[in-house]
Design a protein around this ligand. Structure first.
Ligand code: GUN
Ligand code: ZN
Length: 439
């Protein structure tokens, strides 16, 4: 008998990826235990297996949470989201550049105010948890306070989070501009304060090439070199007008991505939201450098930005992850995001397989953020961040699930029809961080 050591267990349909299942549905990459047990010790995964095998080995006193019939998945990982855009999500009628000017910049202008930043960060983190998201790469605003607030709130909830203050010193209203010097200093101070504090890490965050001068991009590159285990987080090649604008602002560049490359911003732990209008040479540079391309389907469709090429990105072995990109993205739900990713694939001539969708929402995000040794799967020793999903939460999904023959079919239906209503609970490091009342 194994001794009790701050242990507890959850019983349900345990599903997680061990590896990338690839373009097909390589079942060996995924463990599915229909009546499974996830055993947690000191906040870490101790083991996963069939309940029938594990229950007899556990001490009688162990607390077992019975979630039979519900899915237990690693928490979702959202690799690109703007917390300060929570209040202007779903703003009508523009494409990227006019949308930024009309809706985003006025909203972000409020985040120098500590009260606004704290209150929004609190709501934002709760909304992530309500949707089963346990880690995120978060873009703040130009204000140092915006990063302070989101780090403090994540810390208070014991959430694994990467975030940063935006660098932007041109092509935006004055009230949103920093300078190469102030941006450098604030970023350095925030790195020193937060990077590596508990579950938190820092991302050096130039908003996008058009809103930073050459000098600012160069100083961002210096920081990226000086602090090699920080992240770099920005946007690239989202919209065709934006691509043209970059060409005119940086006439020497071969491509939009090349601008970041010349300033030393392409390396391991660099994360590029959208990555739609890239060519094969760009993708090759991303692969060589270890940069990550982030697929933001709800955002790309909402702003009419274009169709991310999942298959080409995968064929060229570019690391890829999935994100909501709220507030251009229209949902905090990674379930809804997975569903839209599948539809974008269909429009692009590929049907992204169900297990690959699972991978994109969980382990791929962990790999993209280089935290797959901590979260993203239920391998032994991983931090027990997970979500409990209830297919019975809505009548249609309950009915569709009853009709499904296989677990993969049930999972796919959950991905296509699921949203925050199906999230029963979200756990962080072996503790319930959010539980919804059973009604
Ligand atoms: N490019 C530069 N800033 C932004 C932003 O806030 N959202 C999106 N979707 N693209 C951007
Ligand atoms: Zn974005």
């Amino acid at each position: 008998m194994v001794q009790a050591h701050n242990r507890r267990a959850i019983r349900g349909i345990v599903v997680h990826c061990l590896h990338d299942p690839g373009e097909g549905d390589n079942a060996d990459a995924v463990e599915i235990v229909e009546d499974g047990l996830l055993v947690i010790e000191q906040g870490l995964v101790a083991c996963v297996g069939p309940a029938a095998d594990l229950l007899p080995q556990l001490e009688d006193s162990i607390e077992i949470e019975d979630q039979r019939g519900r899915f237990i998945l690693p928490g979702f990982i959202d690799t690109h989201i703007h917390y300060a855009q929570t209040d202007m999500i779903a703003s009508y009628g523009e494409q990227l550049l006019s949308w930024l000017n009309r809706y985003v910049f006025p909203t972000e202008g409020r985040f120098g105010d500590k009260e606004v930043a704290d209150e929004t960060a609190r709501f934002f983190i709760n909304e992530l948890l309500r949707n089963g998201t346990t880690s995120a790469l978060v873009m703040g605003t130009v204000h140092r306070q915006s990063a302070e607030s989101v780090f403090q709130q994540a810390y208070a909830r014991d959430m694994r989070m990467v975030a940063g203050k935006v660098l932007m010193d041109r092509n935006a209203p004055d009230y949103l501009l920093d300078t190469p010097d102030s941006g450098f200093r604030d970023t350095r101070d925030l790195i020193e304060r937060w990077h590596g504090t508990d579950r938190l890490s820092y991302a050096i965050t130039p908003r996008f090439a058009p809103s930073s001068s050459d000098e600012q991009l160069q100083r961002a590159g210096e920081l990226a070199h000086q602090y090699p285990d920080t992240y770099i987080h920005t946007h690239v090649a989202e919209n065709l007008d934006e691509v043209e604008w970059v060409k005119s602002l940086f006439p020497w560049s071969r491509s939009y991505l090349d601008v970041y490359d010349r300033f030393g911003l392409l390396r391991e732990r660099s994360v590029y939201a959208h990555s739609i209008h890239l060519d094969d040479l760009d993708r090759r540079r991303m692969t060589e450098s270890g940069a990550v391309a982030v697929f933001c389907p709800t955002s790309n469709m909402f702003l009419g930005s274009g169709l991310f090429d999942h298959d080409r990105t995968h064929q060229q072995r570019v690391a890829m992850a999935l994100a909501t990109d709220v507030g251009a993205g229209t949902s905090f739900s990674m379930l809804r995001t997975v569903s839209e990713a599948y539809k974008v694939g269909q429009l692009n001539g590929s049907s992204v397989a169900p297990l690959r969708l699972l991978y994109l929402a969980t382990l791929a995000g962990a790999e993209a953020l280089d935290i797959d040794d901590r979260v993203g799967s239920f391998r032994r020793g991983r931090e027990a961040d997970f979500v409990v999903l209830d297919p019975q939460a809505t009548p249609l999904l309950a009915r569709r699930t009853a009709y499904a023959d296989t677990m993969q079919e049930k999972l796919f239906a959950l991905f296509m029809l699921g949203d925050d209503r199906h999230v029963r609970a979200t756990w962080l490091r072996g503790q319930p961080a959010l539980q919804k009342d059973e009604s």
